[in-house]
Write a protein that binds this ligand. Structure first.
Ligand code: PGA
Length: 256
């Protein structure tokens, strides 16, 4: 059975307790679109609070450490996320790769730590503008997929139950208002799909590949209709119900 489209809001380092009202409104709105899987990834301090306020949407973190516990000041582990009821974690976002020097190997270790406690995982990949302009976009992203995705039995099991997703986010499209051309999205999703099938066989054909980068209520329909696009990872437009729910509605319309 095909998995539902997956629309995930990444609040990044935004939000406070007052914004839980937006999460509640998103949760109420999501109940009208059961053909879409909706989730929010708030910053750590809001995670447990937001989790207790919603029922229809998934709740996840924006990062986790690769170790289960120990002397890692300021970090949060996958078992801790699982303990407070998180459903999933985003790993390898380009802002973490940039701000915290996360390599593909680190991203893979984090993903494997999350799968070890049965959290869903969204692994982010994407090229910079320099890499695209140099004609290397596909090679860069394929190499990221090969080296960042978890491997081994845990990964195959997660793929089989739809617990692993890939987000293609061209770095130059994030937060810039400059969305990638649909043909480029289609081509890149096909390239990622080929790597997933090489890694996981037929099951790799069902992994949801989300697009991320300046998705909003206006461009969502075109992106969600594009072949191979299984959902969206949304930053700026996920901070209010008014901005986010039209994206969920666009994904639902594509299902009809
Ligand atoms: P944006 O961010 O929607 O604000 O471009 C997307 C992301 O970084 O996940």
């Amino acid at each position: 059975m095909a998995l539902r489209p997956y629309i995930v809001g990444n609040w990044k380092m935004n939000g406070n307790r007052a914004m839980l009202a937006e999460a509640r409104a998103i949760d109420r709105g999501a109940q009208r679109y059961r053909s879409v899987q909706v989730a929010l990834a708030p910053p750590f301090p809001l995670l447990a609070l937001l989790h207790d306020e919603v029922s229809a949407i998934g709740v996840g973190a924006q990062d986790c450490h690769a170790a289960a516990k120990g002397a890692h000041t300021g970090d949060v582990s996958a078992p801790m996320l699982d303990d407070i009821g998180a459903d999933f974690v985003i790993v390898g976002h380009s802002e973490r790769r940039r701000d915290h020097g996360e390599t593909d190997a680190i991203v893979r270790a984090k993903a494997e730590a999350a799968l070890a406690v049965d959290l869903g995982v969204i692994i982010c990949v994407g090229e910079t503008l320099e890499q695209r302009d140099a004609g290397h976009a596909e090679a860069v992203v394929e190499a990221q997929v090969d080296a960042s995705l978890p491997c081994g039995e845990g990964a195959a099991a997660a793929v089989a139950i739809g617990n692993l997703s890939v987000a293609y986010e061209p770095v130059w499209a994030i937060g810039t208002g400059r969305v990638a051309a649909v043909e480029d999205v289609i081509n890149m999703h096909a390239a990622i799909r080929a790597r997933l099938v090489a890694m996981f066989g037929d099951a790799g054909g069902k992994v949801r590949i989300l697009y991320g980068g300046s998705v909003n209520g206006e461009n969502a329909s075109v992106l969600m209709e594009a072949p191979g696009v299984g959902g969206a990872l949304v930053g700026g437009a996920s901070l209010t119900a008014d901005a986010f729910l039209p994206i969920v509605a666009a994904a639902a319309a594509d299902e009809d």
